[in-house]
Design a protein around this ligand. Structure first.
Ligand SMILES: Nc1ncnc2c1ncn2[C@@H]1O[C@H](COP(=O)(O)OP(=O)(O)OP(=O)(O)O)[C@@H](O)[C@H]1O
Length: 874
């Protein structure tokens, strides 16, 4: 077995072949990334890289020559299957540098060595290839800049669609929630900061980059150069050092990955997170927006709503769900658009054709234009993709005319205006790109006939080939008298004249022999050779002319990028709105009233995900407002407490993205944040117990929730002793009512906590009802006023299949505990009552003293009496 030292790359280039010396130089450049070194039809990996790739990709680890007598470990992958291997390496979180043979023209080769360069670096956050990207989600690249004076800057870039943003108001505390909101594939940070990747509860590739990339001066000059401007003030970015540091480092890293300028990134936006409804990372998880608690893709809020026809639409829907907004005008525009779509699709009786299907069928034919744009800008786009773009452009006028019939929505009107882009683009693509282009430019036939005269002439030469050959064949037959003379083509000899051996005596001396076969001989003549050169050079010239013209087409599209990108954005917006409208209609969702008070009023609310997976869902109401800020929820296990709480949060969230909601009626007020503390999970790898996790999450809620926040707290205090747990839960509830004053749903199994509404008029008790029929329990899932009168834990355990003996034993123990508790309660109550009476007596005594009239002796005696009364207190 070889030891790992065999895989170590040599420190010096001495004794290495020129090829390996070239490899070592490029590997130094690639650093810790895997270097795919192009050698003919293969990409090869050497030393450590070979060992790693063979392990991760299941490749044979072999050897390629020797370095100073030691075999060089090597693994290779065929160039034709590159993308498939790349995707597997990326899945393992690897970053890859690709080196290509740059100048294969023989006259330029020095020392028999083709020049090679790293042309591309692919890291999880810098992918633009469609085949490597998830279809329905983005893979952002995030930069976190933590400056020496403790400030935090966050910037993010979606290289595949060119979205480049700075996150305003970033702080160390909200990094986690930002990471969950943006869901990046890769995070870059300064190698000198003590960023402890484990402190962020988000899984991604964490890549350190040199500190100077984040330094303000370097970052700003890189950004100015990138945008070719003198000041960042036009982006509203002046002076914010930490954000500019993050943005500069980010664009430098992304540009380097492509070894090209990212000319399609023409703007940087500031994202005002204070205008969003804040959701921390735990809340995003608990509400199962993108993934279920178990990490599955469905059923989630996204999965049930995603009826989108385009991938762009699905990605935008995910974005909306993860960015609920506090801007009422945005919400109302979307709500109004959904209403108009529903009216048009489902209630318009004068339209005979099914317009919903018609529009959806058009949308389904639209490719991922958004992602194409960056591939156009970086010139990675394949001819067939441009052909797809061309065909989709043809669909737009029809789509426009259908949408035009939808009235009374400003948003739909705006969307439609951007859908109808300059018809010149479609015309240009029709003229320039052939109907069915080949996969690769090298094969020729990408540019349409009639687009370029020079190309057409070059093509006509080869098109004339069969004519010319036929004529020459006839002429040579006549000249030589060889009737069966034939002109053919082979890859090795090019064009040749074939003559059977029996006719050889007729071959003229001007014929030059090329090859002798069993029964024939092959010859060439000067006319044939000249023709061959003309043909081959015209083919070569035609391909290079096509490459040039293809670049011209790309350049044309680059100049139209803003317009096409706006069109793509509008198509995705339309797709999301149609998806929401269809779901709302089918499931009887309604538009909520958006109010500016702090309130949530839900009439017959349902859980959006549970309702589609349950035969009969019991709707429930919820009223939270300035007067009733806390609802204490009790009821049996499995009674529906968590579902009820989550549905209130999800209805609020849906209202805040401008969607309709699963209710009969709803008013959703001015909510700034949603927090949840639901269920028990421990973080063993992070060294935290269930109880610790619970307390950390609750501490975060207590410190960050405001009087405009919605807070869900489910069964707090379970992980410790009953008394500690109950008292903590009680005290936390009191803090929420009296200090944070958030709108709070507080579910608990501690019946003692149903006292809270007696102490505070801002709280009420509700319970989830159930019927106990002795042997069985039936959950009604109905929220009723007042506290639950029993816990049903034992009945639920019985239903779950706990052995009957264990159940009976538990019942017995419960009876005993109840008797002890009742006794204690009675005696405690009695003594409390007695004390109260004695205190009142003392109070009366003191109050009855007439201080102005009493003599000193009487005063002393009174004092003795009062002391005796106090002594009687227990
Ligand atoms: N309103 C409802 N209508 C119909 N089915 C419901 C309703 N609410 C809950 N359910 C069903 O009951 C199941 C249990 O609900 P849920 O988890 O909310 O109960 P719970 O009271 O929180 O239980 P536990 O206290 O054990 O956590 C859900 O999975 C759902 O299928």
């Amino acid at each position: 077995m070889e030891t790992s030292s065999h895989y170590k790359i040599p420190v010096s280039k001495e004794g290495l072949t020129p090829l390996m010396q070239q490899y070592i130089s490029l590997k130094k450049e690639a650093g810790s990334m895997l270097l795919l070194f192009r050698l003919g039809d293969f990409y090869e990996l050497f030393y450590d890289d070979a060992e790693k790739a063979s392990r991760l990709l299941n490749l044979t680890l072999t050897k390629r020559g020797f370095a100073n007598g030691i075999p060089i470990p090597m693994a290779g992958i065929p160039a034709s299957s590159l993308e498939q291997y790349l995707s597997r390496l990326l899945e393992h979180g690897e970053s890859i540098a690709i080196s290509e043979q740059i100048n294969e023209n023989f006259s330029n080769i020095k020392n028999n060595l083709v020049e090679r360069k790293i042309v591309r670096v692919i890291t999880p956050g810098t992918i633009i290839e469609d085949s490597l990207l998830p279809l329905k989600s983005d893979r952002a690249l995030v930069a976190i800049n933590t400056t020496k004076d403790g400030k935090t800057g966050i910037a993010y870039l979606n290289l595949a669609n060119g979205d480049f943003k700075i996150v305003a108001h970033s702080t160390e505390e909200n990094i986690n929630s930002e990471l969950h909101r943006l869901s990046p594939a890769e995070i870059i940070f300064s190698e000198t900061t003590d960023i402890n990747t484990r402190q962020y509860d988000f899984t991604a590739k964490y890549t350190p980059v040199p500190e100077w990339h984040f330094e303000y001066e370097n970052a700003i000059s890189y950004l100015l150069e990138h945008f070719r401007i003198d000041s960042l003030s036009s982006f509203g970015l002046d002076g914010n050092h930490q954000n500019i540091g993050a943005a500069g480092a980010l664009i430098r890293y992304a540009s380097r990955s492509q070894s090209k300028e990212l000319s399609h990134i023409q703007n940087i936006y500031i994202e005002r997170t204070d205008q969003l409804v804040f959701l921390d990372s735990i809340t995003r998880k608990n509400l199962e927006i993108n993934k279920t608690i178990n990490g599955d893709d469905s059923p989630t809020l996204f999965s049930i709503l995603d009826r989108c026809c385009t991938q762009m639409g699905s990605r935008l829907l995910r974005k909306w769900l993860n960015n609920p907004t506090q801007i009422t005008s945005t919400i109302l525009l979307r709500q109004n658009a959904i209403s108009s779509l529903i009216n048009y699709f489902f209630y318009k009786t004068d339209i005979k054709i099914n317009n919903l299907d018609l529009i959806k069928s058009k949308l389904k034919q639209i490719p991922d234009i958004e992602r194409m744009l960056s591939r156009i800008a970086l010139k990675y786009i394949r001819p067939r993709e441009i052909a797809n773009l061309k065909s989709s452009m043809k669909l737009l006028p029809d789509l426009y005319s259908y949408i035009k019939l939808i009235k009374e929505s400003e948003l739909i009107e705006n969307i439609n205006e951007s859908i109808l882009i300059d018809p010149g683009i479609s015309e240009f693509l029709n003229m320039s790109i052939s109907e069915d282009p080949p996969v690769s430019l090298k094969d020729g036939g990408v540019i349409a006939y009639g687009f370029d005269k020079e190309l057409d002439e070059l093509r006509s030469i080869s098109d004339n080939n069969s004519n010319f050959i036929k004529k020459l064949e006839e002429a040579e037959k006549a000249k030589t008298g060889v009737n069966n003379l034939r002109i053919s083509f082979s890859k090795i000899f090019g064009f040749y004249i074939e003559i059977t051996k029996s006719q050889l005596n007729k071959v003229p001396s001007t014929y030059r022999r090329l090859q002798t076969l069993k029964s024939t001989e092959r010859f060439t003549i000067p006319e044939l050779k000249q023709w061959e050169e003309r043909i081959l050079s015209s083919k070569e010239k035609a391909i290079s002319r096509e490459k040039f013209l293809y670049d011209t087409v790309l350049q044309y599209l680059m100049n139209k990028i803003k317009e096409i990108s706006l069109c793509a954005k509008s198509l995705s917006e339309l797709d999301v709105l149609i998806s929401l409208a269809e779901h709302s209609y089918i499931n009887s969702w309604v538009p909520p009233i958006i109010s500016d008070k702090t309130e949530i009023i839900i009439d017959n609310g349902r859980h959006p995900v549970v309702e589609v997976n349950t035969k009969i869902f019991t709707p429930n109401d919820c009223i939270l407002n300035d007067e009733k800020r806390m609802i204490v929820i009790t009821g049996p296990n499995m009674g529906g407490k968590s579902t009820y709480m989550r549905q209130v949060a999800l209805i609020t969230l849906l209202a805040k993205i401008g969607s309709f909601v699963p209710t009969k009626k709803a008013t959703i007020g001015n909510i700034d944040r949603i927090f949840t503390r639901i269920g028990a999970s421990d973080d063993i790898s992070g060294g935290k117990s269930t109880f610790m996790v619970e307390m950390i999450e609750t501490a975060a809620i207590l410190s960050a929730s405001t009087n405009r926040s919605l807070v869900l707290i489910d069964e707090i205090g379970r992980g410790t002793s009953t008394n500690d747990g109950m008292c903590l839960a009680w005290s936390i509830a009191e803090r929420m009512i009296n200090f944070n004053r958030s709108l709070t749903l507080f579910a608990t199994h501690y019946f003692e906590l149903t006292q809270i509404p007696c102490e505070s008029q801002n709280a009420i008790n509700v319970h989830l009802s159930a019927i106990d029929s002795g042997d069985d329990i039936v959950f009604l899932h109905e929220v009723k006023l007042g506290p639950a009168n029993q816990s049903y834990g034992i009945q639920v355990a019985r239903k779950a299949g706990i052995p009957i003996k264990v159940i009976e034993n538990a019942r017995e123990k419960l009876n005993n505990i109840d008797t002890i508790n009742t006794k204690t309660c009675i005696s405690e109550n009695r003594s409390q009552y007695k004390n109260k009476a004695a205190e009142e007596n003392i109070y009366r005594e003191i109050k009855s003293i007439n201080v102005d009239a009493i003599t000193p002796i009487e005063a002393i005696n009174k004092l003795y009496e009062i002391r005796d009364l106090v002594n009687k207190l227990e």
